[in-house]
Design a protein around this ligand. Sequence first.
Ligand SMILES: Nc1ncnc2c1ncn2[C@@H]1O[C@H](COP(=O)(O)OP(=O)(O)OP(=O)(O)O)[C@@H](O)[C@H]1O
Length: 354
Amino acid sequence: MNQKENPKVELTMITKEYDLYKKKSDKIKALFKFSEKSVPHFWGLRGIDLKVYPGEAVGLIGINGSGKSTLSNILAGIIPQTTGQMTIKGETSIIAIGAGLKPQLTGLENIRLKCLMQGLTNEEVDAILPDITEFADIGDFVNQPVKNYSSGMRSRLGFAIAVHNNPDVLIIDEALSVGDDTFYQKCVDRILQFKAEGKTIFFVSHSLNQVKKLCDKVAWIHYGELREYGDTDEVVANYNKFIKWFRTLSEQEKKEYQDDYKEKQKNFSADDLKKIASERGHGKSALRGPAIGTMSLLTKVVLLFMIVGIVVFGTINVRGRSFKSYFAEKETPQVEKQLARDISAEQLYETFID
Ligand SMILES: Nc1ncnc2c1ncn2[C@@H]1O[C@H](COP(=O)(O)OP(=O)(O)OP(=O)(O)O)[C@@H](O)[C@H]1O
């Protein structure tokens, strides 16, 4: 069977829309989507199409804020895409500096937690624990809470856990940039081994040398769009050309260029998405999103009634007192109530003077 016919990862028209809340109340408005206009939007990704095959290592490159981490978090299932279809054959594991590590737990506790979450039993965790700690090589720090780790140590622990969980798709988001040379080489060896085993790797990095060394293909993300996808040398060369050109611009021209793209990311609409999909020959299904994050009209109405009911019920006065004090009184034993009534105003005054 030709492996080129069976992508391990297939993305079709992936978008990510972020709500830019100004106030906490905007979040509630956005939840109900009753007031779309009051919450500005920002499209971190605008219709990414990508097919990646077993054994391929794909570099994700692009300037700051272009959407690399957004894409890798969607691939890892940490955040959902807004629209678009994603098919991944197998388990994914992401290594980002500190991603998924619980700061309050020790290194060992984090290892156990992550492994249990991957479906391993306690006995299985006990069996691979020595390998993981040996790979991470952080000494006694493994017994310390992760919040006390340096970024390099977090990366070591994250990498060690992720590779030992033997994922089919490994996503590495800038995690190698903080390790020292020895650790870096160890990781590179393991990544190459993964590739040889037919696993798929996504490698997010600003280090073009690392990308060139590890990746067969490169996806250049530019202001939320896939600007280029192809062989590493070619795409990296074009990206370098762009960086060189950008540096020749005056400060004013740079700002105008950036503002222009940011504006496009803010004003992106469903119509733009439809237009891109039809240009690329995608059907309607490519425009649908995962069935999470939004509520049906009926759910919204029921939820709204419940909230209004709770507020009204909670604040309404029952027999002249608030609902809370009514119940508080109900719970007060009769003897105490009698005592409270028996204290005269004079006695009360004396109590305060004392
Ligand atoms: N939770 C969020 N809410 C609003 N905007 C967000 C959120 N997360 C990311 N963004 C925006 O989406 C865009 C893409 O961010 P992302 O972190 O994916 O970029 P990146 O390419 O990984 O950047 P860098 O190279 O700096 O790490 C940025 O403009 C960022 O400000």
